[in-house]
Design a protein around this ligand. Structure first.
Ligand SMILES: [Zn+2]
Length: 270
């Protein structure tokens, strides 16, 4: 696959970043930024970005609304659209969020896309990479660096894709972290999407799409640590019911998503 070399390049970048970190401390926001900057620089070389201003602005506007709803943040969020037909999205530490074109194309409405974005913002805002890193330090596990890289991908994972994880995903400890982190990121999205004006119901319907695309709950090995999609559907649905949301939340956006989808199709000659 064309992105098969992605983890190795990124690994080098992040390892370099880590080597600069002072020993035996927890990961600070500054250090998170250092890792995020380093990793995003690597990705800049390895990914195909959509540069079309309409497409990028559309995603950034949704992202900005979710970020604003979540309140003051220590991070400067930045949203990127990656031309990639794998159904995936992920986040790097300190606010770098990447949405694949396939996510936009498969979204049935804006609430589904906002759900993915909200989930990824959740991973950043809840500092999942930093927390994972700190926890590993405390237990003295030696593969910190590789695990951190894996957690960037696994932990920042909204969708069923992810062949790029390769052997890094075999790190069991990270997988353990991921299960909890996924649930927390879902919870974050259910909490803040309504405040940004979006109906979180799109999260549930998009999970259904993921389940259909990944062949039911029979997910590939690298995804086994993730909560099974059916569990996520039930859990998220439960959170939405508990939230007792008012009416008027946005599910569609007057055909804007459809225009963006057509634009992506033209740009990528799908
Ligand atoms: Zn996730």
């Amino acid at each position: 696959m064309r992105h098969s070399n992605r983890p190795s390049g990124l690994l080098v970048g992040v390892l370099c970043g880590l080597l600069l970190l002072p020993a035996c401390t927890t990961l600070s926001v500054d250090e998170e930024e250092q890792i995020g900057n380093e990793a995003s620089r690597e990705l800049r070389k390895e990914l195909d970005f959509v540069r079309d201003e309409w497409v990028v602005k559309y995603v950034r506007d949704i992202g900005a609304q979710v970020v604003k709803a979540a309140g003051p943040s220590e991070y400067d969020y930045e949203f990127f659209v990656v031309q990639d037909d794998e159904l995936n999205a992920f986040a790097l530490p300190a606010g770098y969020i990447y949405i694949h074109t396939e996510i936009i194309l498969e979204a049935a409405n804006v609430s589904e896309l906002a759900g993915v974005i909200g989930h990824e913002v959740g991973h950043v805002a809840l500092r999942h990479v930093a927390r994972n890193y700190n926890r590993q330090r405390n237990t003295g596990i030696l593969y910190n660096a590789a695990a951190l890289v894996a957690s960037i991908f696994v932990g920042g994972h909204a969708a069923a894709g992810g062949q790029m994880l390769g052997q890094l995903a075999a790190v069991a400890y990270v997988n353990q972290f991921t299960r909890e982190a996924e649930v927390e990121a879902d919870r974050f999205a259910v909490e803040f999407l309504p405040q940004a004006g979006y109906d979180p119901a799109g999260m549930v319907s998009f999970f259904e799409t993921l389940r259909a695309k990944s062949g039911g709950d029979n997910v590939p090995t690298f995804m086994r640590s993730h909560p099974a999609t059916s569990d996520r559907i039930a859990h998220t649905q439960g959170l939405i019911e508990e939230a007792e949301l008012g009416s008027g939340l946005k599910i569609t956006d007057n055909g804007q998503l459809e225009l963006i989808q057509r634009r992506i199709e033209l740009l990528t000659r799908r």
